[in-house]
Design a protein around this ligand. Structure first.
Ligand code: DX5
Ligand code: ZN
Length: 217
C-alpha cells in the first residue's frame, strides 16, 4: 500500500468540519479521534458526528476509538460505514471477536497500543487485524511531543508483521511532524497520523505533501 498520511481532525476547527475535511482532500484518510472522558481524560465526539462526517468527507474515515467498552460501542461505527475502526487493546474484553465483527461490517479492523503496552502479547492476533496502531504519545490530546521510547516497539511490531508474512498496516499517532516522521518511518511505520502538523499549518495540503516526502525518503 505504501506510505499513507492521515491528518487528525482533532486539531481542526470543530465548528467547520466539512470545510476542514476539504483542506485535506489530498491525504489518504482523515483520522477521527473519539474520546469518552473515561479511557482518556478528554472528551471529543461520537457516532452522530461520525455519521455526518461520512456524508461529506472526500477521504475515508480512520476512526480511533479511545473509549472504554469498545466491544459494546465500536461495531456501530463500522455499521455506519466508517472505513476503518481502531479500538484499544487495553480496553477490549474480546479483541478477536471485536475485530471479526468490525470486518464483518466491512470496516478495516485496527487495534491500538498505548506507549506502555507491549506488542508481544498481541503478536498472535495480528492475522485478525488490518492495522496495528502504536501510539507515540499518551492518548488524549493533540500537540504533544513524539515519544522516542516507542521506536523499539515500532521496530518489533514491524518485524512481527513481516515475520508472519502479513499485510497489516502499522500506524503511528502522536507528535508526528516533519522533524519526527523520518524516525517513525525508519522504524517501520507506514501509516502516519498528524494533527497539529497538518491543521496547524497555513497550507494543509503542503504539510501533507511534506510529510509524505519525508516518510518516503
Ligand atoms: C491523541 C490522538 C491523536 C492526536 C495527534 O490522543 O490520538 O490522533 O490528534 O495529534 P498531534 O499530531 O498533534 O500529536
Ligand atoms: Zn488518534
Amino acid at each position: 500500500m505504501g506510505i499513507q498520511i492521515n491528518p487528525s481532525i482533532l486539531s481542526a476547527d470543530f465548528a467547520n468540519l466539512e470545510a476542514e475535511l476539504g483542506r485535506i482532500a489530498d491525504a489518504d484518510w482523515a483520522h477521527v479521534d473519539v474520546m469518552d472522558g473515561h479511557f482518556v481524560p478528554n472528551l471529543t465526539l461520537g457516532l452522530p458526528i461520525v455519521e455526518s462526517l461520512l456524508k461529506v468527507s472526500p477521504v475515508p474515515l480512520d476512526c480511533h476509538l479511545m473509549i472504554e467498552q469498545p466491544d459494546r460501542w465500536a461495531p456501530a461505527y463500522a455499521e455506519a460505514g466508517a472505513q476503518g475502526v481502531t479500538f484499544h487493546a487495553e480496553a477490549a474484553a474480546a479483541p478477536v471477536r471485536l475485530a471479526r465483527e468490525l470486518r464483518r461490517h466491512g470496516a478495516r479492523a485496527g487495534m491500538a497500543l498505548k506507549p506502555a503496552t507491549p506488542v508481544e502479547p498481541f503478536v498472535d492476533l495480528l492475522p485478525e487485524l488490518d492495522m496495528l496502531l502504536v501510539m507515540t504519545v499518551e492518548p488524549g490530546f493533540g500537540g504533544q511531543s513524539f515519544l522516542d521510547v516507542t521506536l523499539p516497539k515500532i521496530r518489533r511490531a514491524r518485524a512481527a508483521i513481516a515475520g508472519a508474512g502479513l499485510d497489516v498496516w502499522l500506524q503511528v499517532d502522536g507528535g508526528v511532524s516533519a522533524s519526527t516522521i523520518e524516525r517513525a518511518a525508519e522504524a517501520g511505520a507506514d501509516v502516519f497520523v498528524a494533527g497539529s502538523a497538518v491543521y496547524g499549518a497555513e497550507d494543509a495540503a503542503a504539510a501533507v505533501a511534506e510529510l509524505r516526502a519525508k516518510a518516503q525518503a
